[in-house]
Ligand binder design. Structure first.
Ligand SMILES: [Zn+2]
Length: 164
């Protein structure tokens, strides 16, 4: 697919259109700050349709493997990305449906005649990332020269114990 693919949101939904493809992570400018490196890419599937209340929606699936940076050891953290989301199309001057405040309400997205598919996908990826990405406890790579706070006892602790 080309570098910039746009869809007419309402028409895409009405026609129950489908678009799938692969996008390299290096192409997502705003995502770079969250990444350890931009290796690899994501696969996506975008489908137009309607929800149970016959409202026009887009279904989006995104899968891929991101390399995030661990906030504790600054090492690389492999993060399997799996997004399955339904986005309710609303027009720019439309007031959001009242139920938008409910926790299980669908996410709303402002539709237009030239919705940038890559930007839409990047938004969803950014929203899905953990606020603080870390390896599981104890799984960080040990880095030489960096003392571990609260970690292994220092040899002097043993001496202190002997003196008592
Ligand atoms: Zn770590």
């Amino acid at each position: 697919m080309s570098a910039r693919t746009v869809i007419d949101g309402l028409e895409f939904s009405r026609a129950e259109d489908e678009l799938q493809g692969h996008l390299p992570l290096a192409g997502f400018g705003r995502l770079q700050d969250c990444l350890f490196d931009a290796d690899g890419g994501i696969d996506f599937l975008l489908k137009g349709g309607r929800d149970r209340q016959r409202r026009q929606v887009l279904h989006l699936e995104v899968t891929g493997l991101l390399h995030l940076q661990c906030q504790r050891c600054l090492g690389v953290l492999a993060y399997p990305l799996r997004i399955m989301n339904t986005l309710l199309l609303v027009s720019a001057n439309e007031t959001l449906p009242a139920e938008a405040d409910e926790p299980d309400a669908p996410d709303c997205i402002v539709t237009s005649m030239d919705m940038d598919v890559a930007a839409l996908i990047e938004d969803e990826i950014l929203l899905s990332l953990p606020l603080s990405s870390r390896h599981p406890d104890g799984a960080c790579a040990a880095r030489p020269g960096v003392p571990r706070i609260g970690g292994a006892a220092s040899p002097f602790d043993g001496l202190a114990a002997l003196r008592k």
